[in-house]
Design a protein around this ligand. Sequence first.
Ligand code: PMV
Length: 336
Amino acid sequence: VTDAAPPSPSPPPGTLLATAEAPGKAILLGEHAVVYGHPALAGALGRGVRVTVRADPQGPRLHPGPLAAPVPIREGDGGALGTALARVLADVAPGLRQVALVAEGSLPLGSGLGSSAALSVACARALAQTAGAPLSPDRLYDVVRHAEEVFHGNPSGVDQATVVRGGVLLFRRASTEPGARPHVTPVTPARPLHLVVAMLRPHTGTREAVAALRERRDRHPRTVDGLMAELGALALDGARALESGCPGRLGELMDLSHGILAALGVSSDDLDHLVHLARRAGALGAKLTGAGVGGAIIALPGQAPDAAQRILDAMTTVGAVAFLARVGEPPTGSPG
Ligand code: PMV
């Protein structure tokens, strides 16, 4: 005999339990240098990921997209995606099993636009809603950082901070002191910021690009450290250019940054080609964004009404996927 309450009945399969969103991100200046403690300037994109939670007796599992087979949300046999989301689930709603997470998005994957951080943030928000336990932004950042370690090894945290907080921000990674938090300073652009984003192929991997640069730094510490410090200084200059509404200056800073990133070995023929085409089509500046070695470029259009379209046309004539994105979107979706 037991006087425990009977378990509450499960909702019928397919029942909608929660929906949440998260934006992608673009690093405007300071990628790679941010790994070494220098500042980076990044902004949330007006494109992202939406996640719906539905009752599913075969859960927990993820439906990554309309054409992809469901992935079990489990450490190990769920691959990197299943392992990362198993961490999110264990951190946010450990008791929740019979759920399917259905993801829809408008971000190219593996291109340095924060698709994995956006997926983790949207999943964490949706699971927190389902469990009725909202997450503070700091807690959400920690949950997503834990998941991102699966993809990135030891990420600086700039992707997660930008996707969680939205807007445009200057980010400096946390020191190695126990309990230290990153420094995040919001940046308010004097005028709306739109960038052309373009890519020809996914990048070869953030973890790989960061590791290759670390080896180069071991061989050439003085030069690489000097160039990293310059990239961080360009990020600070970029924040000031945005706040004072100087797009021409921001464009120049982007060009300088691309040159330094190429010197550091994280550009590639396709990225250099897109950057040159964008400049020839009138961009005020253009550079790779994110880890590099493939992935996306960003280009800053001038003020003319057809400025963005000219760059988009130049990108699509060489077969690139390209779109115009508003940068600095406020946080989307449910709180937390
Ligand atoms: O994952 P991506 O492509 O957004 O690159 C992240 C930016 C890096 O600075 C290269 C790595 C990091 O952890 O900050």
